[in-house]
Design a protein around this ligand. Structure first.
Ligand code: GUN
Ligand code: ZN
Length: 428
């Protein structure tokens, strides 16, 4: 692999910004360059001379770390835009029947291809994704991500109750299939296997215990699940697990809380749950388009962070309605505005890059443009559409420009994508 120079307006975050004028949090070069060698960034700074290297010239466009999606479902590409239900009905009417089709490895492979085509076209280079309960769906996911050289977290869903027979495994089978997946893919190339009990509704206590045993035996594996998304779900979880103090307590009791544990949604948490999540370093994942679409509720970012929780942001395809993290930031802004909270644009882009990398425990590998970091890069055009170009005429600061990108941008704003230094978009 030869060296490559990417030239453009390089922008990444040294730390979390404290507000829209906290430029000290940024590493920004108006005419900057990244030197890429063997899949990593080896230098970044002002463009000076090319020293005979091949240059990818993106002058005028923003060169950022690849975007990171902290929670979504690979087999749900065709579940997006399913009408008229809340969570539990949506799962049984639309989601479970569609996931059942992944029993066919050819279908799973087709969905995996469509999934990564979509995430990459939207500038997302890392996902933390749920597959289905079929090992073949996880195999399709990892095969496809490896083919494209992507850093990913993925997991075979564990579910042994409360769903159609065609999707159910057992506590033992889910344990053994997840362990086999870990042996086959965890730490191979850029893949990590997540231990993935779907949620406390579809896992028996025995299966949650099996998931906890896996987490204890494989501490380098992340854990991903759902928590407190919908009132009917919270009530059902309490009925199914009567000995737990609350919903989060179910996961805690089975050894599934911790700094590498990602909990999708977290909309209706009690004070005790917030305190316990903070104490264990568990991550609450904000899924704004999904929460709006399913009418689930409003994520209380300020309240959760004041309680000391770590947070991340995600599309949650296919409850979510867009694979674009730009669209997701736009909806996040509105969800928070409804609660009198304002997410500034620097913090928004920190969340979609370094913030999510740190939440996933991958901050030493991805999420910035610092030397040593893996060269996952997205190039964004802030004038991508006529409306964006017109609005851009009155933009006076980088923060305003980022807000324009998140509010009006989508896949049309994604000009190029690199994974481990290799150009994936436009297709080579
Ligand atoms: N809870 C359990 N499974 C799911 C899922 O597939 N999507 C969402 N949004 N919530 C869930
Ligand atoms: Zn989900």
């Amino acid at each position: 692999m030869s060296d490559r120079l990417i030239r453009g307006r390089t922008l990444s975050f040294r730390r979390r910004p404290e507000g829209p004028s906290d430029l000290g949090a940024l590493a920004y070069e108006e005419d900057g360059a990244l030197l890429i060698r063997e899949g990593r960034i080896v230098a970044s700074g002002p463009f000076d001379c090319a020293r005979g290297l091949p240059i990818d010239d993106h002058r005028g466009h923003l060169v950022l770390p690849g975007l990171i999606d902290a929670h979504l479902h690979m087999p749900q590409m065709r579940v997006m835009a399913s009408w008229g239900t809340e969570l539990l009905d949506w799962l049984s009417r639309y989601t479970f029947p569609e996931e059942a089709r992944c029993v066919d490895p050819a279908h799973a492979a087709r969905m995996a291809r469509a999934f990564f085509d979509s995430t990459l076209r939207n500038g997302t280079t890392t996902v933390a994704a749920f597959c289905t309960s079929h090992p073949a769906s996880a195999e399709a996911f990892f095969t496809e991500s490896a083919r494209r050289g992507l850093r990913v977290i993925g997991g075979k869903v564990m579910m042994d109750q409360g769903a159609p027979e065609a999707l159910l495994d057992t506590a033992d089978r889910a344990h053994d299939e997840t362990e086999a997946l870990i042996r086959r893919w965890h730490g191979v190339g850029r893949a990590e296997v997540g231990i993935t009990p779907r949620f406390a509704i579809t896992s028996s206590p025995a299966q949650l215990a099996a998931a906890g045993a896996l987490a204890a035996a494989h501490p380098s594996c992340p854990v991903q699940t759902h928590l407190s998304e919908n009132h009917a779900e919270v009530a059902l979880a309490a009925r199914l697990h009567p000995n737990a103090p609350d919903y989060f307590g179910i996961y805690e009791a089975h050894g599934l809380a911790g700094p590498r544990s990602l909990f999708g949604h977290c909309l209706h948490l009690t004070e005790r749950e917030r305190a316990a999540m903070a104490e264990t370093g568990s991550v609450a994942v904000f899924c704004p388009t999904s929460n709006l679409f399913l009418g689930s509720g409003l994520f209380d970012m300020a309240g959760l962070e004041a309680a000391g929780l770590r947070t991340a942001i995600a599309t949650d395809i296919g409850g979510g309605t867009s694979p674009s993290l730009l669209r997701t930031l736009a909806e996040a802004y509105k969800v928070l505005a409804l609660q009198g909270q304002r997410m500034d644009p620097l913090t928004a882009f920190w969340r979609a890059t370094r913030g999510n990398a740190e939440a996933l425990g991958l901050g030493n590998r991805i999420g910035s443009l610092e030397p040593g970091i893996e060269a996952d890069v997205v190039v964004l055009d802030p004038r991508a559409t006529p409306e964006m170009a017109l609005r851009h005429e009155t933009v006076e600061s980088l923060a305003e420009e980022l807000f324009l990108l998140q509010t009006l941008g989508d896949d049309r704003a994604v000009r190029a994508v690199y994974a481990a230094g290799e150009p994936l978009l436009p297709a080579p």
